[in-house]
Design a protein around this ligand. Structure first.
Ligand code: GUN
Length: 288
């Protein structure tokens, strides 16, 4: 039997827990968490993601500020705005939605965020802190995946976790969390891996974050595998929206072999947002 790893449901549970804490914060007259989000340009997917983050803030009772800038904004001006938020005493967390336009360095802008307010967990300082057993602000997507697996009480210790994707913000920190925090045996594959299926077939837990829709097919996994699909790509479709969302895993065929599997959408995406809220709460507590 296959269990769907219902990220939406777990994220809702986490949001209810956070909302309760916010009520207590209010009653105690303490600082209400305040998240600021920067959105540059008019990328439809980025707009949707940021809107979902703002909606989540509203739902749990956080304060929020959305700062939108045109595609043409210069890098120095964006950096100056990040500085301003870094110095704003009322703002506890800051995210800059990626990707940024080609003339702006995403790495430079991200690294400019104060590590105390970096609730995406993207800065080098917070990346480094996952190598501590008392980490700071955890990289949001890997943290969300860890929480999802833990809340479904999936055994990780000693299991072979194969991660497909070595990106700075997902694959790389995920490998540290799974090996160092969860004691899994970890293999990291990526787009240059030769004979990818040789590795994915050995996975007890398979985490895929490549942005290549449908990369993982049923013949590439073993019976009983736990599958986590981080991919979410807009594919043109003949529907009113004009697109559909597709993960990196062929859900319809792989689900028959998996013991647990995340859907797309409704799997990892909502867990990333839940992590963002947890990090914002943590950042607020640390600062006040
Ligand atoms: N772009 C895609 N995913 C993310 C994310 O988790 N955070 C930010 N800031 N940008 C993204």
């Amino acid at each position: 039997m296959t269990t769907i790893l219902d990220g939406k449901k777990i994220a809702n549970e986490i949001q209810s827990e956070i909302a309760k804490e916010v009520e207590e914060i209010k009653q105690d007259g303490k600082k209400i968490p305040h998240l600021a989000a920067i959105l540059v340009g008019d990328n439809g997917a980025s707009q949707t993601y940021v809107n979902n983050k703002i909606k989540a803030c509203k739902k749990v009772g956080f304060e929020y500020t959305l700062l939108q800038y045109p595609e043409s904004i210069r890098e120095e001006k964006l950096l100056a705005n990040v500085d301003r938020i870094n110095e704003d005493e009322d703002i506890d967390g800051l995210i800059v939605q990626l990707p940024l336009p080609d003339h702006i360095s995403g790495v430079k802008v991200t690294e400019h965020i104060s590590s105390a307010k970096d609730v995406d967990g993207f800065t080098n300082v917070n990346y480094g802190r996952i190598t501590s057993k008392k980490p700071g602000l955890m990289p949001a997507t890997p943290f969300g995946i860890q929480e999802l697996l833990n809340r479904y009480e999936i055994d990780i210790k000693g299991k072979h976790c194969v991660i497909v994707g070595n990106s700075r913000n997902v694959g790389a920190p995920m490998s540290t969390i799974m090996s160092y925090h969860e004691n899994a045996t970890v293999t990291v594959c990526h787009i240059h891996t030769q004979d990818l299926a040789l590795f994915t077939r050995q996975a007890d837990i398979l985490i895929v974050a490549t942005g290549q829709p449908g990369l993982i097919t049923a013949d590439m996994v073993k019976e009983g595998v736990v599958v986590v699909d981080v991919g979410i790509t807009r594919i043109p479709a003949d529907n009113p929206r004009g697109y559909m969302l597709k993960g990196d895993v062929e859900f319809e065929t792989v689900k028959f072999k998996a013991s647990y599997i995340t859907p797309v959408p409704g799997g990892v995406g909502p867990m990333t947002i839940a992590s963002l809220l947890l990090n914002t709460l943590k950042a607020t507590r640390a600062r006040h």
